[in-house]
Design a protein around this ligand. Structure first.
Ligand code: CTP
Length: 222
């Protein structure tokens, strides 16, 4: 039976790095990654990206996301077109999640927001970080990787990113099973999380696949 881990949190909070750490502990074998951004509705034709709200729940196709998770849970494979942040369309390289996937990690700003997706998650992890740290990282990332200007990143932050943080993203904390402050720097929280995942996989008889989990030493003192 598919075990689904949802990872939510503010933009540029370090969600991807926490996910990488979990995957390296579990082992990439049979562990698939799905990004909620792969379910963005494309930017409507003629719409100015500076006027569009990419942080609103309305920007995402949660129904298709839930359908993809259900397909994987049935043991089927799923193919998706990845999202391109430069063209604002689902036109990036195709991603295929293989049939027989046993652990799925779904990552995104609004992973717990929609009931139809949320009810498919077995574990909900919220990665938290100070808003100013997120903004600094976001400026660097969007300028270098997403082809944006500093002015446009700041205008977007004020207009849509910060309101969504307050209205939709941070309220998900009350739905989380675990809140990880300071992202991958928080080695104790990540160790505890990985140990918990190991227990859950063991209960499902999946421990044979995840030898890394048993070999992983605790890196912090509790
Ligand atoms: N976004 C954008 N332009 C688009 C689509 C999305 O600027 N065409 C922005 C949204 O404003 C949203 C962010 O992308 O806030 C979502 O990506 P984010 O969570 O920042 O990316 P990750 O790399 O997953 O974050 P993290 O650093 O936490 O790993």
């Amino acid at each position: 039976m598919l075990f689904v881990i949802g990872v939510a949190g503010p933009s540029a909070a370090g969600k991807s790095s926490v996910v990488e750490r979990i995957v390296s502990a579990i082992g990439s074998h049979q562990c698939a990654l799905l990004c909620l951004d792969s379910f963005y509705h494309g930017l409507p034709p003629g719409c100015d990206p500076l006027e569009y709200d990419f942080d609103s729940p309305n920007a995402f196709d949660f129904e298709s996301c839930a359908a993809a998770i259900k397909e994987l849970a049935l043991g089927k494979s799923v193919s998706l077109q990845s999202y391109d942040y430069v063209t604002h369309q689902r036109c990036g390289p195709e991603i295929t999640l293989p049939s027989g996937t046993e652990v799925l990690i779904l990552e995104g700003i609004l992973t717990f927001y929609h009931e139809k997706v949320r009810e498919l998650l077995h574990l909900k992890v919220f990665v938290d970080e100070d808003a100013d740290v997120c903004l600094c990282r976001r400026i660097q990332r969007d300028v270098v990787q997403r082809g944006r200007s500093v002015e446009s990143v700041l205008a977007q932050y004020e207009k849509t990113v910060k309101p969504a943080l307050d209205n939709f993203i941070n309220p998900q904390k009350r739905l989380a099973d675990i809140i990880i402050q300071r992202g991958v720097e928080n080695v104790i929280a990540i160790d505890l999380l990985v140990k918990h995942i190991a227990v859950k996989l063991e209960q499902r008889g999946l421990n044979r696949l995840y030898t890394n989990l048993h070999e992983m030493p605790l890196t912090g003192q509790v």
